[in-house]
Design a protein around this ligand. Structure first.
Ligand SMILES: [Cu+2]
Length: 366
C-alpha cells in the first residue's frame, strides 16, 4: 500500500510542478501591456490617460441629427496616450503616445471615433468639413454613392473648409472615414490614425424601425487594428503609423475599441436589467468576430443591412473590414440563479489575437 502512495505522490508532485511552470511561462510570454486587464480583479490600467481620446460609446450622449440639415465636422491632429506601458499605469513615461487624427463636433473635440451621425431615410444632409490640421483631410461616406463617397468634394487643405450635400436615401449603418489626399497610403493612414466614424440612416419602416423604437439604450463601438512604429516618434514623442508592418507582416500591435487600449473598460457601457439594447458595431481593422461574453444577440442586422429580416439568437458575428452592423438584445441576465452574477458583460473580438491585444470592453448591467 505504501508503495502505491509513494507512486501517487511522485506523480502528483510532477503534475503540480508542471502546472506551475507552464502557467508562469504562459503569463510571462506576453508583454505585460498586452495581458488582458480583465477577469476581473484588475479592470484596466491605473489612473487616467491625459488627454483621453475615447469617444463616449453611449449614442444618446453623442451627435444627433434627426431631421437632416447641416453638420459640421472638425479635423484635428493631436497627441494622446494609446497604451499604458509595462507598468500598467497611465500618465507615466512608460505610456505609448500616438499622433492621432480626429474628427470632432467642434474645434476642441479630439475624440476617436468621430461623432455618431444619425439621419432619417430621405433626409438631405450637408456635411461641412473644417480642417484645423496640418495636412489635407477628407471624408468618404459609405452612405453616399458616387465617386469616392463624396471625398473628392469633401476634401479640405490645411486651414480650409469643404462642403458637400447628399440625400441619405439608402437606410443602413455605415462607416465614414478620411482618405486624406486619396492616395493608397493616405487611405490606409488617416483612418488608422483615428479619422473614422459611423453614420446611421434610420429606415422609416420595417423590422429594424420597430426594434429601434423599442430600444432603451443605444451604443456604438468602433474597433480598429493599429500598426505602430514606436521608434519613429514625432517631436512630441508620439509613435507613428507603421505602413511597412501593415503591408509585410500584417501583424497588428493593438486591436482597440474607441481608439485606445482599455477605452471601454474605463468608459463602460452602462445599462439596466431588462433594457432593450441596440448596439452598432463598426470595424476598421482586420475581420472582427464580435461576441459579448454572457449574452446572446436576439437580433443581428448583418453587414449594415437594416431592411432584411435579422438573424436570430447569434453568439458571435463576423464584421468585415470597413463595415458595420447592428445587434439587438435584452439584458435579461439569467445567471442570477447562480447567486454570483455581477452584471458585467464583456465585449470582445473573439479572435484571440485581437482579444490579447486589447479588444476588450465592459457593459455593466445595473
Ligand atoms: Cu485625414
Amino acid at each position: 500500500m505504501q508503495r502505491y502512495l509513494k507512486v501517487f505522490f511522485l506523480f502528483f508532485s510532477v503534475f503540480v510542478f508542471g502546472f506551475i511552470v507552464s502557467n508562469s511561462l504562459w503569463a510571462s510570454s506576453f508583454p505585460p501591456e498586452f495581458n488582458p486587464p480583465i477577469l476581473f480583479s484588475n479592470p484596466g490600467a491605473e489612473g487616467d490617460p491625459d488627454p483621453d481620446i475615447t469617444r463616449d460609446p453611449d449614442v444618446s450622449a453623442v451627435s444627433v441629427l434627426p431631421d437632416g440639415g447641416t453638420f459640421e465636422i472638425f479635423a484635428n491632429e493631436t497627441v494622446a496616450p494609446l497604451s499604458p506601458g509595462e507598468d500598467r499605469k497611465w500618465g507615466t513615461e512608460d505610456d505609448v503616445l500616438y499622433e492621432y487624427f480626429t474628427f470632432g463636433e467642434n474645434e476642441s473635440d479630439t475624440k476617436v471615433p468621430g461623432p455618431f451621425i444619425r439621419v432619417l431615410e430621405g433626409n438631405e444632409v450637408t456635411i461641412k468639413l473644417v480642417n484645423n490640421g496640418t495636412t489635407v483631410h477628407s471624408i468618404d461616406f459609405h452612405a453616399v454613392t458616387g465617386f469616392q463617397g463624396g471625398a473628392t468634394e469633401l476634401r479640405a487643405l490645411s486651414g480650409e473648409t469643404a462642403e458637400f450635400t447628399f440625400t441619405a436615401d439608402v437606410p443602413g449603418i455605415y462607416i465614414y472615414h478620411c482618405v486624406g489626399d486619396g492616395s493608397p497610403m493616405d487611405i490606409a493612414r488617416h483612418p488608422h490614425n483615428g479619422m473614422m466614424g459611423m453614420m446611421l440612416v434610420e429606415p422609416k419602416k420595417g423590422n429594424f424601425r420597430k426594434a429601434l423604437d423599442k430600444a432603451d439604450k443605444e451604443y456604438f463601438v468602433l474597433k480598429h487594428s493599429m500598426f505602430v512604429d514606436k521608434e519613429a516618434t514625432t517631436n512630441e514623442g508620439a509613435a507613428t503609423f507603421d505602413a511597412e508592418k501593415l503591408i509585410k507582416s500584417g501583424v497588428t500591435d493593438y486591436c482597440v475599441y474607441q481608439g485606445r487600449m482599455d477605452a471601454l473598460i474605463d468608459h463602460p457601457l452602462v445599462s439596466s436589467k431588462d433594457d432593450n439594447v441596440m448596439l452598432y458595431y463598426g470595424n476598421m481593422g482586420m475581420v472582427s468576430h464580435f461576441h459579448i461574453i454572457g449574452e446572446i444577440f436576439d437580433n443581428v442586422w448583418q453587414l449594415g443591412d437594416l431592411k432584411s429580416r435579422p438573424l436570430k439568437n447569434i453568439q458571435t458575428v463576423d464584421v468585415p473590414t470597413a463595415s458595420a452592423l447592428a445587434v439587438g438584445f435584452k439584458t435579461d441576465v439569467k445567471s442570477d440563479s447562480l447567486g454570483k452574477d455581477n452584471g458585467i458583460h464583456i465585449l470582445v473580438d473573439h479572435d484571440m489575437k485581437c482579444f490579447m491585444k486589447g479588444s476588450i470592453g465592459i457593459m455593466v448591467v445595473e
